[in-house]
Design a protein around this ligand. Sequence first.
Ligand code: OOG
Ligand code: MG
Length: 274
Amino acid sequence: MNRTNELAMLLDAAARDARPVAQIDPDQRLTLNDAYAIQKASIEQRLLRGERRVGVKMGFTSRAKMTQMGISDLIWGRLTSDMHVEEGAPIDFSRFVHPRVEPEIAFVLGKPLAGKVSAAEALACVEAVAPALEIIDSRYRDFKFSLTDVVADNASSSGFAIGPWCDPRQDLGNLGLTMNIDGRAVQVGSTAAILGHPLRSLVAAARLAAEAGEPLQPGWVVMAGGATPAEWIKPGNAVSIEMERLGSAGFQVQPGQPRPGGAQRGPCSQRSTP
Ligand code: OOG
Ligand code: MG
């Protein structure tokens, strides 16, 4: 097995078993291309197990996130069907290493979208937008990573919950939002924190996905990136996002059963179509 596949298998196993691993590239000897190749190979493992590719997530699209994690380069990752958390549903804490949650906005595409596009062109391919929460769960010990580490680890992606799908033809550039844990607002922000306007994140996703030879497909979800710093979650928490005009999304964290032999995931939940 070559080094790319070896590291991909290591990260895939860490995610499946919910067990942290040491950073694979603390001194950044790998190139970004190497790191994306590892990410791609680790996602292949999920697809081989029957998961479906359902979209793209963007990372470090806000200053809040860059500052929190000490990384200022835009990154992206691949979303698969098992990462989808049914809106309002319980999630099993034992699936995760040390999960955090962050408030985002999600797009679902009605048409393919690829390459260098303007914000207007990107918007024309959007079928709907929704308030969303991303669960990030770095597979690295202590949630510490270099840029290449986090890229290889699929940009820490672990779960996403999506609220009501809404008409995208409205001003999305400065929607107020709060993220709540157990009824308390733990983060307050705006979609303006996402590259000044979340459509810019979609424009970047269109370019990066096309460069990787995986143009954005109709039906795919694009998570635009956290608008505020992420917060730790623990068993018992009720987590939600409230977004101006678009509504809310949430989930409940359940203790779950520890899995000695590795993760036992249920069948993938279906995203309701917009
Ligand atoms: C990396 C993923 C960043 C975002 O929305 O900025 C990200 C991490 O913070 O672990 O998902
Ligand atoms: Mg995120």
